[in-house]
Ligand binder design. Structure first.
Ligand SMILES: [Ca+2]
Ligand SMILES: [Ca+2]
Ligand SMILES: [Ca+2]
Ligand SMILES: [Ca+2]
Length: 272
């Protein structure tokens, strides 16, 4: 072997070992415990219609990808976050029970209002301790605070970012959609900054309001806090992040007008 052949074989060996090291590191990152979502993927999402969930939650099943937060301690919803090896608190691809990560005010969950629900034996039931309630009536403006609110903590010096998704058309994915009465975006809050050191309700930072979707009934939602802006309008709920947490909830959208109040005057004032 001459010197140039020796250098070439050394270079090839270096490249091969680099590839091996990278593959090993990447495989570790894929299997490390961290923070995942718990919206249903490959399981019933809406008992009233029989629609299956295709939300990006489990690493082990497709077609959707998943969301993963590396186990860093600084950015989360509610009192804390805990770590698991896969979506639905590590029980993926199983979704019986649902909401294994958080359901409502259970020591992990940050949601303040409305109350949230879950699915037991193919029926929607309130989460334990949930007071019920809804985001609001279809196709009406909603505000952070009176309509929806969640406790958020950013214990880092740098800002964090919150994104929120609602499956308004109840088709089992977060994507651009049209509903019966309107075309409310499913990505209702995009890269809303949380200042370093802030702990409190999200409404305390006055995020912009949003339009409630046009289909009444239950919708799967995803609340995600991350250390970087996601930067994708109409985000689908996937990604891998160095910090943060994802909490998924089944929330109720009210029908347009209550059956007790359907007079013409109330309808006029409603749509004016
Ligand atoms: Ca989670
Ligand atoms: Ca949940
Ligand atoms: Ca939490
Ligand atoms: Ca959808």
């Amino acid at each position: 072997m001459n010197s140039s052949q020796r250098i070439t074989s050394l270079t090839i060996a270096t490249i091969l070992s680099l590839i091996l090291a990278f593959t090993f590191t990447f495989a570790l990152a894929q299997t490390n415990e961290g923070e995942f979502g718990d919206a249903p993927e490959g399981a019933l999402a809406y008992p009233s219609s029989g629609i299956m969930g295709s939300f990006p939650t489990c690493t082990s099943i497709g077609p959707a990808a998943f969301i993963y937060h590396y186990p860093s301690p600084f950015q989360f919803f509610g009192p804390m976050k805990d770590y698991e090896m896969d979506g639905n608190a590590g029980s993926c691809p199983g979704f019986a029970p649902y909401d294994m990560d958080e359901c409502f005010m259970d020591g992990d969950a940050g949601l303040l209002i409305p109350g949230s629900s879950t699915i037991v034996a193919a029926s929607v039931v309130p989460c334990p301790g949930s007071p019920g309630g809804a985001i609001g009536p279809i196709c009406t403006p909603a505000m952070w605070g009176p309509s929806v609110d969640i406790m958020v903590a950013n214990l880092h010096n740098e800002p964090a970012f919150v994104n929120v998704l609602m499956d308004w058309n109840q088709d089992g994915i977060w994507a651009p959609s049209v509903q019966f009465g309107c075309a409310a975006p499913e990505h209702i809050l995009m890269d809303f900054p949380i200042p370093g050191g802030y702990t409190g309700p999200l409404s305390g930072l006055m995020p912009p309001g949003f339009l409630v979707g046009g289909n009444s009934g239950y919708v799967w939602s995803r609340f995600t806090i991350t250390n970087f802006p996601i930067g994708i309008p109409q985000w689908d709920g996937t990604g891998q992040f160095e910090d943060g947490e994802t909490e998924d909830y089944l929330l109720l959208v009210d029908a347009a007008v209550s059956t007790e109040d359907t007079s013409w005057d109330s309808l006029k004032s409603y749509y004016r």
